[in-house]
Design a protein around this ligand. Structure first.
Ligand SMILES: Nc1nc2c(ncn2[C@@H]2O[C@H](COP(=O)(O)OP(=O)(O)OP(=O)(O)O)[C@@H](O)[C@H]2O)c(=O)[nH]1
Ligand SMILES: [Zn+2]
Length: 309
């Protein structure tokens, strides 16, 4: 299931693609009217055959859901459902690597209880030392890292780096790719599944803004029967990945290395920013939490607190 503006494309268990399917009625059973969007790519739905075609009758219970904060609508928005792995896609440059962006996607994945990994695409470009440093921190925390080359660059250089192992590791599973505009998410999906555009009916619209290509709105699911039905959900690139729908405690628990310390703060509802006897601050002082990751938490927590006032 994928789509937008309440018109969806579906894949039936038989493998057929049904396009332009609408929801039956105003509110979809199985959803909450306060949700920004009732259906996201990866959702499983029940259909009903009606005069004039099939309609979506209900959303089946979700195993998990990937959210991001929708700035315009000021709500958490589901960007994918029922996924096995969240892949944060970044590049060494063009667009520049933003450690905070990567951390925020990882926090969201932790919060959703979904395993996460990092893809450094455009591995043909030189990796600046500060990027390598952040990636080393994440690797040390147990997040798998893939360095890939995709699209035209891969064809030109005849090199894909870790793309084959990424393909192997994701075979038969559902992956969602999250990253800033221009890091190469669509190129990756196309490299994995050359006919992706055909099977998705090319629902994405691209336009040039500055140097980066941006996918508008629609999310694309690609299915590769050769990879045991691997599914890749390509989300539209975003400039920022906000998590304003969460509170500081939830955010702190998304920094996985903070977890052992969180129960030991003295103040109830400790924000780990300034409180006395804060065990996160103590762990930072002891070098058990890196300054980079603490500062990333700090920035995110301050964002959230500012938003509340
Ligand atoms: N050098 C190099 N360029 C790449 C690589 N992968 C993608 N590109 C280029 O990067 C640009 C952006 O790629 P896209 O696949 O459109 O990026 P995206 O992340 O899908 O962007 P949005 O759809 O806007 O979110 C294109 O010009 C690609 O050809 C790579 O591995 N190396
Ligand atoms: Zn604390």
């Amino acid at each position: 299931m994928w789509g937008a503006n309440n018109i969806y494309s579906l894949r039936t268990p038989g493998g057929d693609i049904r396009e332009n399917v609408r929801i039956k009625g105003k509110i979809l059973p199985g959803t909450d009217p306060s949700e920004a969007n009732p259906l996201a790519p990866g959702d499983l739905v029940t259909l009903v055959e009606e005069e004039g075609g099939v309609r979506i009758l209900e959303r089946q219970e979700r195993r998990n859901v990937v959210h991001r904060w929708n700035r315009k609508r000021r709500k958490m928005q589901a960007i994918a459902a029922n996924v096995d792995t969240v892949f944060v896609v970044a590049a060494p440059e063009d667009p520049p690597y933003r450690p905070n962006f990567v951390d925020r996607v990882l926090v969201m994945a932790e919060f959703a209880g979904i395993p996460a990994a990092v893809i450094l695409n455009k591995a043909d470009k030189e990796t600046p030392p500060e990027v390598a440093h952040h990636l080393a921190i994440l690797k040390g925390l147990g997040y798998p890292l893939y360095r890939t080359i995709a699209g035209d660059a891969a064809r030109r250089l005849r090199r894909e780096e870790d793309l084959p192992s990424f393909r192997r590791d994701t075979a038969g599973t559902v992956s969602v790719l999250v990253g800033r505009s221009g890091v190469g998410k669509s190129s990756l999906v196309n490299s994995l599944i050359p006919e992706a555009k055909l099977t998705t009916g090319d629902t994405s619209t691209k336009y040039q803004r500055g140097r980066h290509t941006t996918t508008l709105a629609k999310q694309v699911i690609s299915l590769d029967p050769r990879a045991g039905g691997a599914m890749y959900i390509d989300t539209p690139g975003v400039r920022e990945f906000d998590l304003l729908g969460y509170d500081c405690n939830e955010i702190a628990a998304g920094y996985r290395e903070f977890l052992p310390f969180l129960p030991h703060c003295r103040m109830p509802g400790c924000t780990h920013l300034h409180e006395p006897d804060c065990s996160v601050l103590a762990a930072l002082a002891e070098g058990e939490i890196t300054r980079e990751r603490y500062e990333s938490y700090q920035r995110l927590a301050l964002n959230i607190l500012e938003e509340r006032h």
